[in-house]
Design a protein around this ligand. Structure first.
Ligand SMILES: C[C@](O)(c1ccc(-c2ccc(S(=O)(=O)c3ccc(N)nc3)nc2Nc2ccccc2)nc1)C(F)(F)F
Ligand SMILES: O=P(O)(O)OC[C@@H](O)[C@@H](O)[C@H](O)[C@@H](O)CO
Length: 608
């Protein structure tokens, strides 16, 4: 299927270097420069800060990821191509416009609703924010006004189902369900990369029913970089929907909140900065709306800035603990290298954040579901949607205290790492009880406690601090395990269309071949041993993905085929007999006769 912008981009690149499609990245340039990986969406660019992430030690890994997270708060820079940023005037004004619409809903809970929706991490954050603000309303004796939608339903909260974000019609169906009987709905569609078909279709549906819906898009690319390839089963691309919304913004019929936060430390891993920025943006907006709904005074930019600054302070406070975080990274990395497990056991919402991080390791690092797992201690009854109890759906859905005691404790070993996440003003006796039981099995017990004295962080900032630490620990552990090449997860599972295009792009980056040749090579590996026919080549992307999602090492295999011009079988033998995927790739990148690019580095021997 024509990937228009890819061909256009390849064509523009050809002008630069005859048939060399490798995206020229200036040495640690600034990603804000127009020419930096030109045409690539910011959410998919490689961040210059982490170019050598795969060679960093635990302390350096924490430092590099801290610098990436700090870019969220960077002010707009006139000198460079000035992307609008979190603190930009236009972003604050849009937030204020949305707040007054939210306040209308809060004043009439019976006939109105606020829906938060997304795929993957964006859907998990939709859930977390819904739970937090319905609890806040309950505390004030008011009816809940929020509900959430996540692609794949509640199961996706605890176990990733990456393919479901491609289902446009599923998004519409879920939206219709939750909005039945409502006269006014503020729909907040979250897609960090402005890319999920599930969200694009929901926003499009809202645009065709503006008498009831107010569509709000949250993401971190400019509209000009929104995804523009065809969505299967749908008539518009994400970019076309975003452009329609842009036109309606003037008359306050639709809103787009899309400050640039900078590329992810692991390229494309929007669970990190994208997830953190989603939490910051929406909690600030909704908290301000709730704080001033009673008073007739208009919300001020000053009030928004105050709340935003508390998240920036949380970044500073969090990374004063860098040494301890590095020790956690090292310990978790050791557990994974020894094929043992990492458990993150959190109280209340800290447990939800732990469950999310564990779930994300599966698609992000090709982890097995039991490698890194989160558990939630304390009451979770009012949390999940109407759906049947998750645990009953299988052991990988287990997430509660009793599951931890029953299913994990008995098999805990000294190689496992257990991290407890709690607050000092909370349930200390509960914590101690569990720690004693764990200590009988392993000495690798660590605690991350949010002090209530000294560097006090309010609830939302405490949660974000926990997210930053867990993201850093799980990412760092997999870097130390050798899963990352430069700052890319090359061995990604091709389980949805975004990951298909990321796979093609990574092949282009590391081989220098054209998009067409890389796509052909990928399909050959996916369909192996079947010989590619034109019928296969012209089949829908979803068909290729359905087969690819069930295969292992599809991208590294294709990389070797393209680098060594060998068969799929030969590539697989090479991978199987190599100490690690990364070693096999680096050996092929340095194979005799191949022109070395400036950014290719020597193998560090770390196994992948
Ligand atoms: C940084 C790097 O070059 C890279 C990595 C990934 C991609 C890439 C991944 C996914 C996708 S996507 O089509 O799913 C998409 C997603 C979001 C969005 N707003 N627009 C399109 N596109 C990618 N690259 C790309 C996108 C637009 C134009 C030219 C290239 N492109 C390049 C690599 F080194 F990792 F390969
Ligand atoms: O928010 P987006 O750009 O639509 O992405 C939605 C999902 O693909 C994304 O959250 C994915 O599950 C994460 O593993 C990314 O690190």
């Amino acid at each position: 299927p024509g990937h228009r912008h890819h061909q256009l981009w390849a064509w523009t690149m050809r002008g630069m270097k005859k048939y060399r499609h490798v995206i020229e990245t200036p040495n640690p340039g600034k990603w804000e420069l127009a020419g930096y990986e030109a045409n690539l969406p910011i959410s998919e660019k490689s961040n210059p800060i982490t170019r050598e992430l795969d060679k960093a030690d635990p302390v350096q890994i924490v430092q590099l990821l801290k610098e990436c997270d700090a870019e969220i708060f960077q002010e707009e820079d006139e000198a460079l191509l000035n992307y609008k940023r979190l603190y930009s005037e236009s972003v604050l004004k849009t937030m204020i416009d949305i707040i007054s619409k939210v306040q209308e809903v809060l004043k009439d809970p019976d006939n109105t609703l606020i829906v938060l929706s997304g795929g993957g991490t964006s859907g998990r954050l939709a859930f977390l924010i819904t739970v937090s603000f319905n609890k806040l309303l309950k505390g004030l004796g008011q009816l809940p006004c929020y509900t959430y939608i996540i692609a794949g339903g509640d199961r996706s909260l605890v176990v990733s189902q990456e393919g479901l974000e491609d289902c446009a019609l599923l998004g519409i169906e879920e939206l219709r369900k939750v909005c039945e009987g409502k006269k006014k709905v503020v729909f907040i569609g979250i897609s960090c990369g402005l890319s999920a078909p599930f969200v694009a279709a929901q926003l499009d549906f809202c645009l065709n029913n503006l008498d009831i819906f107010l569509p709000v898009l949250v993401g971190f690319n400019p509209v000009s970089m929104a995804r523009n390839d065809r969505i299967e089963g749908w008539h518009s691309t994400f970019r076309q929907v975003a452009e329609r919304m842009q036109k309606l913004q003037e008359s306050h019929k639709a809103f787009i909140l899309n400050p640039a936060v900078g590329p992810e430390g692991i390229s494309g891993s929007s669970r990190m900065k994208g997830g953190s920025a989603t939490k910051i943006l929406l909690e600030t907006l909704l908290l301000a709306a709730h704080k001033t709904v009673s008073k007739e005074t208009d919300i001020s930019e000053k009030c928004l800035l105050e709340i935003l600054r508390t998240y920036e302070r949380a970044h500073k406070v969090t990374y004063t603990q860098s040494k301890k975080i590095a020790a956690l990274v090292k310990q978790a990395g050791t557990s994974l290298q020894k094929k043992a497990c990492v458990y993150m056991v959190g109280w209340h919402t800290l447990g939800i954040i732990a469950i999310m991080d564990g779930a994300e390791c599966i698609p992000t690092f090709g982890a097995d579901y039991h490698d890194v797992r989160g558990f939630l201690i304390g009451d979770h009854s009012e949390m999940f949607n109407k759906e049947a109890d998750l645990i009953a759906q299988g052991s990988q859905f287990a997430f509660s205290q009793e599951d931890f005691v029953k299913m994990v404790l008995p098999s805990l070993t000294a190689l496992d790492t257990v991290l407890f996440l709690f607050t000092l003003d909370g349930e200390l006796t509960e914590v101690e009880k569990l720690v004693v039981q764990v200590k009988e099995k392993t000495s690798n017990v660590q605690a991350l406690s949010h002090a209530t004295v000294g560097q006090y962080l309010p609830k939302f900032q405490r949660e974000l601090s926990t997210k930053w630490i867990l993201n850093t620990v799980s990412t760092g552990a997999h870097v130390l395990k050798g899963k990352i090449l430069h700052n890319h997860m090359v061995d990604l599972r091709v389980s949805n269309s975004k990951l298909f295009w990321r796979a093609v792009s990574i092949l282009q980056r590391f081989t220098g071949h054209s998009q067409a040749r890389c796509q052909e090579g990928l399909l050959k590996t996916i369909y192996d041993p079947e010989v590619l026919s034109d019928e296969i080549r012209s089949a829908e992307l979803s068909k290729h993905i359905a087969i690819a999602a069930e295969k292992n090492q599809v991208v590294p295999t294709t990389l070797l085929c393209l680098l060594r011009n060998c068969s799929v079988q030969e590539a697989q033998v090479r991978l199987d007999t190599s100490p690690s995927i990364r070693a096999a790739i680096e050996a092929s990148l340095n194979a005799p006769g191949r022109k070395r690019g400036a950014d290719e580095s020597d193998p560090t021997g770390r196994n992948m």
